[in-house]
Write a protein that binds this ligand. Structure first.
Ligand SMILES: O=c1ccn([C@@H]2O[C@@H]3COP(=O)(O)O[C@H]3[C@H]2O)c(=O)[nH]1
Ligand SMILES: [Zn+2]
Ligand SMILES: [Zn+2]
Length: 249
């Protein structure tokens, strides 16, 4: 079963030249979104796509560049497309996602919970979850902001997706040696220091066999200044597809 990934955006939370760091996964006939930030509606429009093509959304954490587009997604799916997409959320984030983020906009007479808009799937960390045929994900809780829950993802058999993550050598060694991931999509902070994201200086200390697997994402508008200065790592570009799992693998 093949999995293709296309970044809807590759920008940091404050980037203006790149959309928010959200992704699409194409699996068989299904299209799954990883995060849905403030710029997600405009990014999809730029890509010639619409929310009507999305079957599911996977939430990594509750910053606006990752969930700020969910209100429009919910409204469009309910009132325009009249269909309930799946929402996959780490179990511990389900309550705050509704109570602290979405409820103010989405609650109205007769509509008082997230499941009025979505098929809701709370998922425990480190437990594989089948999003659709051909796509299993696994959440792992990772360090991003002190006191704030945030999760990275294993996608299928061979891919690690950091979402927003501080530099974590032990985790990346585990991803490389034990999980044997072939592709690592990692956020990066180009303007140093990287405090709540991995700094490019920290990522450059990784062994080259790990660097070779890394696509850098979630970068600032100064990304062009760093072309050719990222060791064995590459910048992933928004709106370009990469195959992360082949049909035969
Ligand atoms: O303790 C903090 C909390 C937040 N921030 C900034 O706000 C941004 C929120 O989205 P993000 O997680 O993509 O990136 C974060 C940082 O750019 C920070 O620098 N330090
Ligand atoms: Zn972010
Ligand atoms: Zn964040």
């Amino acid at each position: 079963m093949g999995i293709t990934l296309e970044m809807m955006g590759t920008g940091s939370a404050f980037a203006k030249n790149y959309f928010n760091n959200n992704a699409l996964l194409y699996v068989n006939d299904a299209t799954i979104m990883i995060d849905c930030g403030i710029t997600a509606p405009a990014a999809l429009h730029k890509m010639g796509k619409s929310f009507g093509e999305i079957d599911a959304v996977i939430v990594t954490h509750l910053h606006a560049d990752h969930i700020g587009g969910l209100e429009e997604f919910a409204f469009q799916m309910k009132f325009l497309y009249e269909r309930k997409p799946k929402i996959i959320v780490p179990e511990a984030l389900l309550h705050p996602l509704w109570e602290n983020s979405l409820r103010a906009g989405l609650e109205q007479e007769g509509i008082q919970s997230l499941d009025c808009y979505f098929e809701v799937y709370p998922v425990k960390e480190r437990e594989p979850f089948a999003v659709t045929e051909g796509l299993t994900i696994e959440y792992t809780q990772t360090e991003h902001i002190p006191g704030k829950l945030s999760y990275s993802l294993f996608i299928g058999e061979h891919t690690f997706y950091s979402a927003d993550l501080q530099f974590d050598l032990a985790l990346l060694e585990y991803v490389h040696h034990e999980r044997k991931c072939r592709t690592i999509l990692h956020d990066c902070q180009l303007s140093l220091p990287g405090v709540v994201h991995a700094g490019i200086d920290q990522l450059l200390t990784l062994p080259t066999d790990i660097q070779r697997k890394i696509y850098l994402m979630h970068y600032g508008d100064n990304m062009p200044d760093f072309e050719g200065k990222t060791g064995e790592m590459r910048f992933i570009r928004q709106h370009k597809t990469i195959v992360i799992e082949n049909v035969e693998s």
